[in-house]
Write a new protein. Structure first.
Length: 352
């Protein structure tokens, strides 16, 4: 959904940035509404962190405009310095000052305010984030999760219009990362904070953001809800970023994609004989022991992952075994299996 004009906090209009011959951002346009949590995701070097720096004002754009609350902050006619943009930043390594206590770290972000006002605001945000018991400690005395919360408090203390977060949970162990992320995002939603978060983790992007923005080579490939990007990807790149697929070669004939494992109905604007690739989700293949289903295969390996089991199944006509993820437990002595591709579990893209 495109935010209404009165709700827009941030607008990027045809933003570009080059470093010599390298194109870091290429004609990027995006509108973000007040209170939205946006996840920027993509492979390393796609432009995610560069885009955050442009928004923060710590680097300049080469073309286009950036507007904050309707006012140009980067563009041909105006550049607003970072400290005047009302934008908070949480860095990957948290960037806490080691020689300052938690309370002093948070006060540092309010140094331009009157002392009494800064002290009151620091106490308020410390209480709200739930770190009162940490305020006299130094960063080296804190756990990773505690350091993250202090960095968040410091960024929120000046009451920014937008909070930028660059891989804010990547330094935490997996179990702690999920807990701290959920608590942090719940707090930010409760405050109505507009958040732009960079992550390299597809699962984190899908679960954390109101909208996900997938980037590649400095451009936005697709933007939408997590369901949009996972279930309705617009390209093979978008599909493979969020899910590991079985890829089966085929050709288009008479309204079907014909492959070595069967014919799949698909309405396409393509001529007969057009080469295509069928993308099948590993969890979209049902498996039964013994011959049966739409085709048969030989079980080559199985990996028990707890809730699910991952199977590799060879099928005549395919160069690579099909990868299947299933909650159905096959008997230990299973060799031959029956396979069926479930409806709505496959996608079609042009052959590479």
């Amino acid at each position: 959904m495109t935010p209404q004009a009165q709700d827009r906090t941030l607008e990027l209009r045809n933003v570009s940035r080059r470093f010599g011959a390298t194109v870091a951002l290429d004609d990027v346009s995006l509108t973000i509404a007040s209170g939205e949590i946006i996840c920027l995701v993509g492979q390393s070097g796609c432009g995610k962190s560069t885009l955050l720096r442009m928004i923060a004002g710590v680097d300049v754009i080469d073309g286009g405009r950036i507007l904050l609350n309707g006012q140009e902050v980067s563009g041909p006619s105006r550049f607003v310095e970072p400290e005047d943009r009302k934008i908070g930043f949480v860095f990957q390594d948290y960037a806490l000052f080691p020689h300052l206590t938690v309370e002093q770290n948070i006060l540092f972000g309010l140094r331009r305010r009157p002392k009494q006002e800064a002290t009151a605001r620091t106490a308020e945000v410390i209480a709200h984030i739930g770190i009162v018991h940490l305020k006299e400690r130094y960063p080296h005395m804190l756990s990773g999760g505690e350091q993250q919360r202090v960095a968040l408090a410091r960024a929120l203390a000046p009451q920014p219009d937008i909070l930028l977060m660059d891989e804010p949970f990547s330094n935490l162990d997996r179990g702690l990362r999920e807990k701290v992320r959920d608590e942090t995002l719940s707090l930010l939603k409760g405050l109505g904070t507009t958040v732009i978060m960079v992550t390299h983790d597809p699962e984190e992007a899908l679960s954390a953001g109101d909208r996900v923005v997938l980037m590649k080579a400095g451009r936005i490939v697709q933007a939408g809800s997590g369901y949009d990007l996972h279930d309705r990807p617009v390209s093979a790149y978008a599909a493979e970023f969020f899910c590991a697929f079985n890829k089966v070669s085929g050709a288009y004939r008479n309204g079907h994609v014909e492959t070595a494992i069967g014919r799949f109905a698909q309405a396409l604007d393509a001529g007969d004989g057009t080469p295509l690739t069928l993308y099948i989700r590993p969890q979209g293949i049902s498996v039964t022991p013994g011959p049966g289903g739409d085709l048969s295969g030989q079980l080559k390996s199985r990996m028990f992952l707890g809730e699910v089991e991952q199977l590799a199944i060879s099928v005549d006509g395919l160069e690579q075994p099909l990868q299947v993820r299933t909650m159905h437990r096959l008997p230990p002595d299973t060799e031959t299996v029956g396979l069926s591709v479930l409806p709505d579990s496959w996608l079609v893209f042009p052959a590479a």
